[in-house]
Design a protein around this ligand. Structure first.
Ligand code: SF4
Length: 100
């Protein structure tokens, strides 16, 4: 096992020798919200919040909730499900209407 001193590390940064490993790490991260999977209605959090992928209550859907940020026309991000997307037409019991 080799040990890299602070000086050697700084020198490596200056030469760009670490650019490839850093770019490899970045490439493994989801680059766009569209890469996130939809919420699984069977997950523990979804069940706890009575999440449904298609609301049955008119006027109460994710795209009208303060916690929703649209990613495109059909899906968006919700701070309750940070690793997922939620459909605009979904709903859960944490719904809070956007101020009009
Ligand atoms: S809190 Fe519930 S209703 Fe609001 S955006 Fe998230 S999943 Fe949809």
């Amino acid at each position: 096992m080799s040990k890299v001193s602070r000086r050697d590390f700084t020198r490596l940064l200056g030469t760009g020798a670490l650019a490839i490993p850093v770019s490899t790490l970045v490439a493994q991260l989801p680059s766009h919200a569209e890469d996130l999977p939809l919420v699984d209605p069977e997950s523990a959090t979804a069940k706890q919040l009575q999440y449904v992928a298609v609301t049955e209550v008119e006027g109460k859907r994710c795209d009208g909730c303060v916690l929703y940020t649209a990613s495109d026309d059909v899906n968006g991000k919700c701070s309750i499900f940070p690793a997922n997307l939620v459909p605009a037409e979904a709903w859960c019991s944490a719904y809070a209407p956007k101020p009009s």
